[in-house]
Design a protein around this ligand. Structure first.
Ligand SMILES: NC(=O)c1ccc[n+]([C@@H]2O[C@H](COP(=O)([O-])OP(=O)(O)OC[C@H]3O[C@@H](n4cnc5c(N)ncnc54)[C@H](O)[C@@H]3O)[C@@H](O)[C@H]2O)c1
Length: 244
């Protein structure tokens, strides 16, 4: 029996990168997955790929910054699978930009997706888990712990996700809702520009980028009973970067 046998997992940013790798691993552990993403083409194609392998999968298009669309994700999930056990709150965006040239609208957009959107998904998840409990894994970043030039909005939002995780975890610990975060280092997904990969590998102690599949294993740990006494934790998986 899989570690997530018959559990229902919502995965935001599920069409690509870390979210997609996690969906594959969750399915292999017996979960039913709901892929949430802005990218409908990629999301639907991935849903079909998983279904062709015999998995129970559903794609729901949603923007995590919309309260209505987030509520609809949970409604569609309950309609299809009857419950929500796990939420991998993972969708996010990142751009590198000098802060003195950063438009306020660009700042707002980054914080809106990377922090507000994470809150909106967590809030809806918690509303549904108050009676039965559940697990939530938020994707922060190693740049929630340390700074870097050119990513002030992203780094501020990700630091926010780490303390949002602690605060929500404390608020709902007695309700049997465990809430933890994943803090990835540089991971080889479409969010990292091809031309930056060599440089980012060279500044990582392990001298390589992480793989999305390596993040998925950490998410499985945080989402499953293997981490049953953990809440409010932010787990860093970064090839040693923040140990420097
Ligand atoms: N790859 C890295 O190096 C790295 C490092 C640290 C943290 N992260 C975080 O990991 C998470 C996943 O990123 P990834 O590396 O898999 O990148 P990715 O670009 O492959 O995947 C992100 C997915 O989120 C979706 N998305 C973006 N905005 C959305 C919105 N408003 N509503 C719904 N979906 C939206 C995108 O369409 C995309 O499919 C992000 O939160 C990112 O900040 C990534």
């Amino acid at each position: 029996m899989g570690k997530l046998q018959d559990r229902v997992a919502i995965i935001t940013g599920g069409a690509s990168g870390i979210g997609a790798a996690t969906a594959k691993l969750f399915v292999s552990e017996g979960a039913k997955v709901v892929l949430v993403d802005l990218n409908e083409e990629k999301g639907k194609a991935f849903q079909e790929e998983l279904q062709a392998q015999g998995a129970e999968a559903l794609f729901v298009k949603a923007n995590i910054t919309s309260e209505e669309e987030v509520a609809n994700v949970f409604k569609e999930t309950t309609n299809k699978f009857g419950k929500v056990d796990i939420v991998f709150n993972n969708a996010g965006i990142g751009r590198v930009h000098s802060s003195h040239d950063l438009d306020y609208s660009e700042w707002r957009n980054t914080v809106n997706v990377d922090l507000d959107g994470v809150f909106l998904v967590a809030r809806e998840a918690i509303r549904g888990m108050l009676e039965s409990g559940g697990t939530i894994v938020n994707t922060a970043s190693m740049y929630g712990w340390v700074g870097s030039p050119g990513s002030a909005a992203y780094n501020a939002a990700k630091a926010g996700v780490i303390n949002l995780t602690r605060s929500l975890a404390l608020e709902y610990a007695e309700k049997n809702i465990r809430i933890n975060a994943l803090c990835p280092g540089f991971i080889d997904t479409p969010i990292i520009p091809e031309e930056s990969k060599k440089e980012l590998s060279s500044i990582t102690p392990m001298k390589r980028l992480g793989k999305a599949e390596e993040m998925a294993k950490a998410v499985l740990f945080l989402a499953s009973d293997d981490s049953s006494y953990m809440t409010g934790n932010s787990l860093t998986v970064d090839g040693g970067y923040t140990a420097q």
